[in-house]
Ligand binder design. Structure first.
Ligand SMILES: [Zn+2]
Length: 420
């Protein structure tokens, strides 16, 4: 039923090229975009440490003509891209906190959740999502150390990668789950069919799987090539995601766009026929290109990405010719793709600011010697220009930076480089 077992990067200590579709097994896949070689986004070297050798991975986006899945051309061993010291926490982004509060309101209402219902979150990170579900039974599953933050806040968390074996173990100990959530991690796990089988096993007969993933159509529209990095193996449209779930007998019954990560999709699925299908599903599907139209859309995207790089470099060249000092605002994973695709270094960007408490402070931007420092420096230093690398939340960040007294130019690099 599922593609024959292919070589897996997990456990290899390295990487494995994706030579056939991760979902349907079709080959060959068409190349959409090539961003060159990239360092792992979350391996950040301490400031001042002598640079040592480190792996760089080819970063190509591929399209499956059969099931429409857009996917990365290389799978990297999770021990490399999700090291135990993984410095990403959901709780630091207001947009994410608000989104998860809203997810709870929507899900609790639509699914009529009861206090004894078990909610399991896969890739539960610091527990931000589950903190909204605390009036029910909750369990987080998180492979990195960040899970300890959740545990310390009273959210039971297993420090494990989610696998069918872990799903079976959870079911034995806690019973079946009424809801399984996977927010911004369902595109990250290599053996996706095993994951869906694990979810299916864990779900009660009337259980619901809710996933949030970065949305391919939004990625194309807002030119978010900077979200292409090795954590993200798949870039779902609703059509490709629904197809994957269908292969396992799961039916999407509600879907809608949400604003997180610059444009994501929230999808509700249950066993086929268990729940009536909301009109939202057909509506979203109707807005997605397929076949020839998708190929044309992807070609257009490739051209726009290339032009965007040249435009941003031209803008930075003009600034540097005028002697401007440039810094960066925030160091999300996506900044690593932008910085490395453009070839920015510490001669162009003096430093990148993160808010106090960020685990990235004291380290260098991946693949470069650009230091990441605490944000207060921005206000004492007043560099001429600041590039907002978290440009997808520029509306949240820019007014704060002004209110705190930053007087220089604020630039957003994408979708079109511009001064705010
Ligand atoms: Zn496919």
């Amino acid at each position: 039923m599922f593609p024959a077992k292919v070589a897996r990067a997990a456990g290899s200590g390295g990487s494995v090229p994706v030579e056939s579709c991760q979902v349907c097994g079709h080959a060959p896949l068409a190349t959409v975009l090539s961003l060159g070689y990239m360092p792992p986004v979350n391996q950040m070297v301490a400031i001042g440490k002598v640079p040592r050798q480190q792996p760089w991975f080819p970063t190509n986006l591929l399209h499956c003509p059969k099931c429409e899945l857009v996917q990365l051309g290389l799978a990297v061993d999770p021990v490399i891209i999700f090291p135990p010291e993984y410095p990403y926490t959901s709780g630091t982004t207001k947009l994410l906190r608000d989104n998860f509060a809203e997810l709870y309101a929507e899900a609790a209402g639509m699914l009529a959740l009861a206090p004894q219902d078990l909610i399991v979150d896969i890739g539960s990170n610091d527990g931000t999502l589950l903190s909204n579900f605390k009036s029910h039974r909750v369990l987080g599953i998180e492979p990195t150390e960040v899970g300890k933050i959740a545990s310390s806040c009273g959210i039971p968390t297993l420090t494990r990668y989610f696998t069918p074996a872990v799903a079976a173990e959870v079911k034995r100990e806690h019973g079946p789950a009424r809801v399984v959530t996977a927010a911004n991690c369902f595109a990250h796990i290599e053996d996706v069919h095993a994951i869906v089988e694990g979810i299916l096993d864990l779900l009660a007969p009337d259980g619901v799987f809710i996933s949030e993933s970065h949305y391919l159509i939004g990625l194309l529209e807002r030119l978010q090539y900077d979200t292409v990095y090795h954590e993200h193996l798949r870039y779902y449209s609703l059509a490709s995601l629904a197809h994957l779930l269908q292969m396992h007998g799961l039916e999407v019954f509600h879907a809608r766009p949400i604003p997180t990560h610059g444009g994501s999709i929230r999808v509700y699925a249950a066993r086929r026929g268990v729940r009536p299908v909301n009109a939202s599903v057909a509506q979203m599907l109707a807005g997605e290109p397929r076949g020839e139209a998708m190929r044309a859309r992807l070609d257009k995207f490739r051209n726009e990405v290339m032009l965007s790089k040249l435009r941003l470099l031209a803008m930075l060249r003009d600034l540097k010719e005028q002697g401007a000092r440039i810094c960066g605002i925030s160091a999300p994973s996506r900044a690593s793709t932008l910085v490395n695709y453009l070839g920015l270094d510490e001669a162009i960007v003096d430093y990148v600011c993160e808010i106090a408490g960020s685990l990235k402070i004291g380290k260098c931007m991946p693949g470069t010697s650009i230091p990441v420092i605490e944000e207060s420096r921005l206000f004492s230093d007043q560099p001429d220009c600041a590039i907002i690398f978290s440009w997808h939340i520029a509306d949240e960040l820019a007014p704060k930076l002004r209110a705190q007294g930053y007087r220089g130019k604020l630039l957003t690099p994408l979708p079109v480089p511009r001064e705010l």
